[in-house]
Design a protein around this ligand. Structure first.
Ligand code: NAD
Length: 482
């Protein structure tokens, strides 16, 4: 049955922020409309928080900090288990909310936008149960203590996953959190706050301030009451956040943009490598920081790979995200749609060859922020589309001469977040992957592992999320000598 996303998320004018354990009237004036990117209609409004809301939230977090840091592992495990159970019980509502405000196809929203945060939360229950918070080193005992009040600033592309990847490990080790979610996707953040509330966390341990990045985000990153700033978003804003945090000598973790390469070495299963790449880059309408946006193929196999990519892309027709058959929904907003279309036009002007998709609106979708899934051939490393993050359903196919050239091309951007390598065997793929300046590499289609550290080399960021490494981002160490 076809679902109507707006039926699942009825229009609401929200006037409150989740601060100090309750929904309280927003202190700052102003509101932000939340659009359904498939219909372009307003779904809801949320408060545009500012300095007063941020102050109140940070003050609540500071009041809660000492008692929360002093809780036992078992107390935190009990609360986080209730939160995990709440996430599990609300998978459908989470998916419907993300479909409505992000435009993610409901199948993908269910499997990934709802499923991944549940998997990550579950992984932290196991990690918390086993984490050694004390270590003996010679005549010292080193205590791992919570690093203090955390400001979590998150983007819209995997809106709940990015919240959970920060908030759950921070809470797990005993840090209170103030979250500033992206302005395009605040509804799933509000839903998460409801689940935290229902789990029974003490007042002030978790707070949400909705608002714009320039006002609420900037106020939070600069707030003297914040000790750790954990930011996911664009490299440009990440730089500003790091500068601000640096002035306050706050710890900062940055998960930023990417321009990841998928390298197919001779001897690999070319058809599989190309099909998986096409699925990877069109998932979430290409709005994935770790997407393999550059497919690198040996020049002898180049035309075959281009033809395979064009054929595979025909299966990705954009459509209504609430229809379970849809594989590609709209982009999040009009600005992103226009930006991505401009990258396609620009690439063609720079000499790229269009083999699928294009910059014009998809047929039969006059409304909604849709972009046609696009494959560009004859892309060279100097082109803008090979250097800049497009953040849309656009695959660039590049040719390499030999392995050294492939490694050079793969590394020839300012980014280094993810990547793929395909070879006749995994040992060959692993040896090549060691040459890549990037934080994650999937070998012959290796699956995403929520326990492995995730984060960037170069301008893709600082610090790591997920697994044990993600937990350690929120700890500081005290050595006692005996
Ligand atoms: P963005 O940088 O514009 O915004 C991210 C968040 O920062 C939002 O909550 C925004 O309101 C806030 N913000 C904006 N200006 C701010 C300021 N001056 N001070 C403090 N906060 C501010 O990014 P976006 O467009 O929402 O997200 C897309 C970007 O995120 C892409 O570049 C993508 O690659 C990146 N991303 C990275 C990862 C990763 O893990 N590396 C994951 C997802 C997305």
């Amino acid at each position: 049955m076809q679902q109507d996303a707006e039926y699942e998320v009825p229009y609401a004018e929200h006037g409150d922020q989740y601060v100090d354990g309750a929904w309280r009237p927003a202190l700052d004036a102003g509101s932000i409309p939340v659009l359904n990117p498939a219909t372009e209609r307003v779904l809801a409004t949320v408060p545009a928080g500012g300095a007063a809301d941020v102050d109140a939230a940070v003050a609540a977090a500071r009041r809660a900090a000492r008692a929360w840091a002093a809780t036992t592992r078992e107390e935190r495990l009990a609360l986080l288990t209730r939160l995990r159970d709440g996430l599990a019980a609300h998978q459908e509502e989470i998916a419907a909310t993300v479909t409505a405000e992000l435009g993610a196809p409901v199948g993908f929203a269910t499997a990934v936008h709802a499923g991944l945060p549940l998997a990550v939360t579950t992984s932290y229950l196991t990690l918390l149960a086993d984490h050694p918070f004390e270590e003996r080193i010679g005549n010292s005992v080193v205590h791992a203590e919570p690093a203090g009040v955390v400001a979590a600033i998150t983007p819209w592309n995997y809106p709940l996953h990015q919240i959970v990847a920060k908030v759950v490990p921070a809470l797990a080790v005993g840090c209170p959190v103030v979250l500033k979610p992206a302005e395009d996707t605040p509804l799933v953040a509000r839903l998460f706050a409801r689940l935290v509330d229902e789990a029974g966390f003490p007042a002030g341990v978790f707070n949400v301030v909705t608002g714009t990045g320039a006002v609420a985000g900037a106020a939070l990153a600069a707030h003297p009451g914040v000790e750790v700033v954990s930011f996911t978003g664009s490299t440009a804003v990440g730089r500003t956040v790091a500068e601000t945090a640096g002035r306050g000598l706050k710890r900062v973790a940055l998960e930023l943009g990417g321009k990841s390469a998928n390298v197919v070495l001779p001897g690999a299963d070319l058809a599989r490598a190309v099909n998986v790449n096409v699925a990877n880059v069109f998932a979430n309408s290409g709005q994935t920081c770790s997407a393999w946006t550059r497919l690198l193929v040996h020049e002898d196999q180049y035309e075959e790979a281009v033809a395979l990519a064009a054929k595979a892309s025909a299966k990705y027709l954009p459509g209504d995200p609430a229809d379970p058959r849809t594989r590609v929904g709209p982009l999040v907003n009009a600005r992103q749609r226009d930006r991505v279309r401009a990258y396609i036009t620009g690439a063609l002007a720079e000499g790229a060859r269009l083999v699928a998709g294009g910059a014009d609106a998809p047929d039969g979708l006059p409304t909604g922020f849709y972009v046609r899934p696009t494959v560009l051939a004859d892309v060279t490393a100097d082109m803008t589309v090979a250097q800049e993050e497009v953040f849309g359903p656009v695959l660039a196919v590049l040719a390499y001469r030999d392995e050294d050239h492939a490694a050079e091309l793969a590394n020839a951007t300012e980014y280094g977040l993810a990547g793929g390598v395909w070879a006749a065997d995994t040992a060959t793929a692993a040896a090549f992957a060691r040459r890549l300046d990037t934080g994650q590499v999937d070998l012959n289609g290796g699956r995403f592992n929520p326990l492995a550290p995730f984060g960037g080399y170069k301008n893709s960021g600082l610090g790591r999320e997920l697994g044990r490494h993600g937990l350690e981002e929120f700890l500081r160490y005290k050595s006692l000598q005996y």
